[in-house]
Structure formats: C-alpha cells, structure tokens
Design a protein around this ligand. Structure first.
Ligand SMILES: Cc1cc2nc3c(=O)[nH]c(=O)nc-3n(C[C@H](O)[C@H](O)[C@H](O)COP(=O)(O)OP(=O)(O)OC[C@H]3O[C@@H](n4cnc5c(N)ncnc54)[C@H](O)[C@@H]3O)c2cc1C
Length: 386
C-alpha cells in the first residue's frame, strides 16, 4: 500500500524502530511521547543478533557496532567466584550470522532518534483513540489530535491503549524480583572486557557485560516482595546485605557504582495475549508482550514487530486492517512464545521452585557450551530475519 500516514504513540525502542522502518518504506510518520525530555529508563540492554539484524536491515548496522560492546564469551560463576562455565560465543555468531551487541540505552536511543527523520513530539500524552472506516485519531491530554491511516500503540508496559485494543484491562504481573542496573567504567579487576560474566547463587544474580565507550553495563537481581522501598541512598547498603560473602569483583562493583545513576525496576511481564490489533490500531513492543529480561529479548522483539508490521503494509494491498491482522498472526505466535519462555527462565533463575534452581546451578557446571549457544541460536533464528 502506498501513501499511508502512521501515528506512533511512544518513542521507546519499539516506537522508534517502527517509525524508522515505516519512513524508509515511504510512509509519513508522526511519533508522540508523553515525556518532556527523552531519557531512557535503565542503563543498558543486550541486543541479541535478531535485534541487530533488524537494525542492519534499517541501515544502522555500522552505527550499532560502534556503540556496542564486544562480547566474545559468557561466563557463569558461583557466588564466590568459581568458574562454572565459559561459553565461547563465536559458534553462536557463526550459526546466526551476526554478533550480539550490549549497548548503553542512552546511546541506542540517540542512534534511533537521529535515524528517525523529523521531530519526535514530546509532552504529548495520548489519552484515547477513535477510528472509523476512513482512519484513526489519537487524542492527547493537551488537546492536540493526530489523524492517520493507522496507529501504532508502542506505549510500553503501562499502555493506556491496550484496554482499547483488547476491550478489557490486562494487568502486568510482578515476576517476583527486583533489578538494579547501571554503568561503570570497564576494568579488568571487575571482569574481562570481552566477557559477559554472571555470578549466580541464592536465587540472585550479579552481572557485568561490556558496552561501547569502555564501560560495563551491570545488574543485580534479588527476589523480593513487591513494593519494597527504592531509595538511591540505600542502594549500596541494601546490595551489600543481599550479596554479603559474594566474590571480590561483586563487592568491588557495589563500591564503584553511582547510586544516583542506577535504575531499580520491579520486574513485570505481560501476556501472552492473543490479540495485538483492533481495526487500524496495533499494539507493538511491551504494550503487547512485556517480557522478563532473563533472555534479553523484550527490546529485540519490539524491533522485530516494527519490521514485520512495515513489511505487511508494503507487501500487501487489501487494506490496512488486513495488513495489521497478518502482523498480529505472525507476531502473536513469535512474541508470545518468547514471553512464555522468558517467564520460565525467570522462575528457574530466581527460585520459584528452589529445587529447580538448584538443579540449574548443577546443570551450569556440566552443560556443554554448544548446548547453551544452540538454545540461544534457536530463539534468534525463529525471528523474521533468519
Ligand atoms: C531490567 C530490564 C532489562 C532488560 N534487558 C533487556 C535486554 O537485555 N535485551 C532486550 O532486548 N530487552 C531487554 N529488556 C526489555 C526492553 O527494555 C523492553 O522490551 C523495551 O524497552 C520495550 O520497548 P517499547 O518501545 O515497547 O516500550 P518502552 O521502552 O517502555 O517505551 C514506551 C514509550 O511510550 C511512552 N508512553 C507511554 N504511555 C504514553 C502515552 N499515554 N502517550 C504517549 N507516550 C506514552 C513512554 O514514555 C515510553 O517512551 C529489559 C527490560 C528490563 C526492565
């Protein structure tokens, strides 16, 4: 279909990637976000090869390689630092045809904003949407309205447009753990600079991985009840207590990070839901399928969504509604499978059934590295760009 105008709500990874893909297909695109200033939530993100392939397809491959960290190995260690498994990632890279890149979220956002030609309309909180057989209108809190042939609701975990699409409220579920994440200067005293290291024990994780600019993206995961207080002044004390007795690099990391630059989300997921589309309105990214971060796939799935949606608009010619239904059919199957898998993985890692987590610790020590990379490759190759 030619000459479409698309309204995108949300300028996160999903909305921006979709906006760039749609522009490159020749469509007119307007992106709106409720925030007054573009500031990503969270410090880093590991983009697996399926996400990077989408960026390659959009001509951003060289740019993401510049902001990405070189991750050649994955290392699992016990809480006291003994090596459980050293996984060479080269076989994975050769199997799937593309290196993964951990990146700082701010760098990723800048790259995507720069690649989107035109302004992202900030301080525009969408409150509702209306549609008829000729088009769709978004209504904003500030009184502005935006018309298009279709609307993409890329408005994240707490989507306001999800209930419109689903005709019911679906609430995100708390997965049972809290994550602290930030950036620190890379240092061999903390971890090898080409390695993603993950310390595991007591259903918790402490981890570092390289991102561009000679920095490590780090995170800590701790199972906790929902609603525990989040006060940056307490982060170090809190983490020292949760990780007492853990290896020196973990203690070192706690000493070094700047608590005021650390995000502390309570981890939620959403779905699987069987509908992403209502007429001319499509959910995309976390609004449709918020995914536990334990597979590093949520953002990658949002990127895949944008590419697939654009491809159906370009390559089919029945109607906008028909193209969006095709998008829904393909993406509910793919993204929901990832949501399910990531939740199971989160439960395995974070002690939902402590016996299963203990078995996982044992398995880490004996597992063949090729089994680990094979499982990651399977997820990557099930994406639209195999
Ligand atoms: C701790 C953690 C670690 C993660 N690690 C990884 C990883 O390693 N790899 C990976 O691929 N994924 C990871 N993810 C998942 C990834 O961050 C998300 O899947 C991704 O950011 C979703 O992008 P999105 O654009 O759909 O939503 P968001 O990034 O949430 O963007 C939604 C946007 O919509 C805007 N918005 C919301 N409501 C409105 C409104 N009413 N009007 C206008 N604008 C609105 C918001 O301001 C926001 O800018 C992780 C998530 C977490 C929490």
């Amino acid at each position: 279909m030619d000459n479409l105008k698309v309204v995108v709500i949300g300028a996160g990874i999903g909305g921006l990637t979709a906006g760039i893909a749609l522009q490159q297909a020749g469509y007119e695109v307007e992106i709106y976000d409720r925030v007054k200033e573009m500031r990503p939530v969270g410090a880093g993100i590991s983009l697996w090869s399926n996400g990077i392939k989408v960026l390659n397809r959009l001509g951003l491959g060289a740019k993401v390689a510049r902001i990405g960290g070189i991750m050649d190995h994955m290392e699992y260690r016990t809480k006291t630092g003994e090596l459980l498994n050293d996984i060479d990632l080269m076989p994975l890279i050769h199997e799937v045809g593309q290196r993964p890149y951990p990146v700082a979220r701010r760098d990723l956002q800048s790259m995507l904003v720069e690649a989107f030609l035109g302004e992202v309309h900030l301080d525009h909180k969408c409150v509702s949407v209306e549609q008829d057989e000729t088009g769709v209108t978004a209504l904003f809190e500030n009184g502005h309205t935006a018309q298009g042939d279709l609307l993409i609701a890329a408005d994240g975990l707490r989507s306001v447009l999800r209930s419109y699409v689903l005709d019911q409220d679906v609430e995100p579920k708390y997965v049972g753990y809290v994550n602290w994440n930030g950036l620190v200067p890379a240092d061999e005293e903390l971890a090898a600079k080409n390695t993603w290291v993950i310390y595991v024990g007591e259903h918790k994780r402490a981890s570092m991985m390289p991102v561009g600019g000679d920095r490590f993206y780090f995170f800590f995961d701790v199972p906790l009840p929902k609603g525990t207080p989040a006060d940056p002044e307490q982060y170090k004390t809190e983490l020292k207590q949760h990780f007492v007795g853990w290896a020196d690099p973990v203690q070192n990391l706690i000493e070094r990070f700047d608590p005021n630059a650390v995000a502390r989300p309570e981890i939620h997921d959403l779905g699987p839901i069987d509908r992403f589309v209502k007429g001319r309105v499509a959910l995309l990214g976390d609004s449709a399928h918020t995914t536990c971060p334990d597979m590093g796939q949520g953002g990658c799935q949002a990127m895949e969504d944008g590419l697939v949606l654009t491809n159906y608009l370009i390559s089919t010619n029945i109607s906008v509604e028909d193209a969006l239904k095709r998008y829904e059919m393909e993406r509910t199957t793919r993204a929901n499978a990832v949501v399910d898998k990531a939740r199971k993985r989160a439960e395995q890692i974070h002690g939902k059934d402590p016996e299963i987590t203990q078995q996982w610790y044992k398995q880490l020590a004996t597992e063949k590295p090729s089994d680990v990379t094979g499982a990651i490759a399977k997820v990557i190759m099930a994406g639209p760009l195999h």
